[in-house]
Design a protein around this ligand. Structure first.
Ligand code: MLT
Length: 249
């Protein structure tokens, strides 16, 4: 299994002119992919990720009002006039169950757009880390890209540590592991340094500091809660994430 970590969408090779990985995993711990996992755990029907707000308004207008929610975040703050911001604490079953969530965030939905044509596209955060690792192992992918959302093209500690956690778990389980770039090796080392203090890492990170300044420490505590959910959001068609019903055991 060949693993590649990219620190921001800007660093991801264009799928129009480069070989695609078997699987791309988008990571945005603070907070888009944590919120996406939470939404599905709370019963959301789908998440329609849209990079631009104008496109979100158009896409959501075509969906029945009683079954849709508009979710927007820019700079860590909710977008005025939308139903939800991007705090996972707001995605309760009462609010989101059976709804299609039209979501646009500063970085996370942009990262999703840049790997939209990958054969398999998953989203991961600390809250659903092991569920994602288990699915990657089950499907025996040969090449896996970890696409960190970062912050406006810059490196994000929390996304790198989460990608490192996924790579470390795949390395341990699969045996036949190969780091395809230096970022992969560095992300594993960062995770191993902070694996027992994920909340401390989130509070140290630049986006964590930005959220703390907005009074959102409860979000950081939540986003650091490893394996809270057993859900794997997967792109079912371009721009649309869903979770597969668990096979009846
Ligand atoms: C992002 O897209 O970078 C995050 O979702 C921002 C946030 O929720 O604070």
């Amino acid at each position: 299994m060949q693993l590649s970590v990219f620190h921001a969408p800007e660093q991801v090779p264009s799928l129009a002119s480069n070989p695609s990985p078997d699987c791309a995993i988008v990571v945005d711990v603070l907070r888009a992919t944590t919120t996406i996992a939470t939404a599905f755990a709370a019963g959301a029907e789908a998440v329609r990720a849209v990079a631009e707000l104008a496109d979100l308004d158009a896409a959501s207008a075509a969906w029945p009002q009683e079954r849709r929610l508009r979710s927007g975040e820019r700079g860590g703050q909710p977008v005025e006039g939308y139903d939800l911001g991007n705090s996972p604490l707001d995605y309760t079953a009462e609010t989101v169950a059976q709804k299609r969530i039209f979501m646009s965030t500063t970085n996370g939905t942009r990262a999703l757009a840049c790997v939209q044509t990958a054969p398999v596209l998953l989203t991961a955060a600390f809250v659903n880390l092991s569920a994602v690792v288990e699915q990657v192992l089950q499907q025996q992918f040969e090449s896996v890209w970890l696409v960190n959302s970062g912050w406006q093209g810059a490196y994000a500690l929390e996304d790198t540590a989460c990608s490192g956690a996924i790579c470390a778990a795949l390395q341990q389980a699969s045996g036949s592991y190969k780091a395809a770039n230096d970022e992969t090796v560095a992300s594993i080392a960062l995770y191993r340094q902070w694996q027992d203090n994920l909340l401390g890492l989130l509070r140290l990170s630049s986006h964590g500091q930005r959220l703390l300044a907005l009074g959102r420490d409860a979000d950081l505590v939540y986003c650091a809660d490893r394996d809270r959910f057993n859900v794997v959001p997967r792109q079912s068609e371009p721009g649309i994430l869903q979770v597969r019903a668990k096979p009846l055991s």
